[in-house]
Ligand binder design. Sequence first.
Ligand code: NAD
Ligand code: ISE
Length: 335
Amino acid sequence: MSIRVGIIGTGLIGEAHGRKLTSTIGGSSVTAVADVQRGRAEEVAAVLGGAKVFESGLELIESDAVDAVLVTSVGETHAEFVLACIAAGKPVMCEKPLAPTVAECERIIEAEVAHGSRLVIVGFMRRYDPGYQQVKSALESGAIGEPLILHNVHRNPSVPESYTSSMTMTDSMIHEVDVSRWLLGEELTAVQVIPPKRTPNALPHLQDPQFAVFTTESGLLSTVEFFANAQYGYDVRCELVGSLGTSSLVNPVVAGAVTDGTSKERVSTDWRERFGPAYAAELQTWISGLERGETVGPSAWEGYAATCVVQVGVQAVSAGRRLSVDYMERPGLYE
Ligand code: NAD
Ligand code: ISE
């Protein structure tokens, strides 16, 4: 049986996920799309082999032609669509953030708990990246001993004018927040932001690069350098320092050349290329789970916890001191 997916938000990642669902992912088809920019939805529908274009995301969710929903619209719209999916009893994969505010995430958790079973997964694709998975395996095998410090680097070649200093937390570092929780297996309980010297290439309104230190329940540190206008490429690094050794993420080699006695490797230019295989793996895992009647992927709790941390992180940007993060009690559905 093919899972008929409806996509809400046919921008950059909506189109990229749609292409994967109609080509490389087994067991799915894209039957419906919706976007407030109707012309854009029509363009993407044609690329995806003629999906039906709906007037609104809410209409798409109600349609009998849709078994499962992919929410890839802008973050501010996520909660409304995810809540409508839960009300309709339809599985939904929502891109990060689950929602930009803790209050919205709490409403989603309450609705899913009231529904009684899991329907929601969140697009934290780095968990599916072979490099991150190897770092996790090195830790779990005991090879590097007790985990002590996680160092993360996240560099984008550039960001649009609309990108704000808060977005360094809510849009970008949210990935490191999720990776830290997932790799270390603990909640993050505090965050401090230490602004480094600004690059001359920073947008006038943007603190760039940005540096944060997250602390876990047991006192492990996770450091993050986020550099929005790094110019040279899209570069993500991660090193887990343990009591007996360290484990580092190795970026996939996208192309190389050896000339004049010098070896050169090309760096990815954007997230779509760097994490292409991880996006495919997360989508395939979701679809294969749905075929078996299961919801497989990072839960609404994972989305909620990440938003709790980045919401405090945004305050920490201006507070200039370490702030603590609090959570609601974890419902049994997410144990
Ligand atoms: P985008 O701006 O390219 O696309 C967003 C689309 O949503 C636009 O086409 C816009 O018209 C549409 N939209 C806005 N409001 C809508 C509404 N009410 N109903 C239907 N459509 C609506 O942005 P993007 O880069 O594709 O990002 C979309 C989401 O995906 C964001 O939440 C972003 O954080 C996330 N994202 C995740 C990753 C990742 O690595 N996991 C990468 C990029 C983006
Ligand atoms: C974007 O929204 C993403 O999620 C990318 O993975 C990230 O690298 C980038 O910084 C964000 O803007």
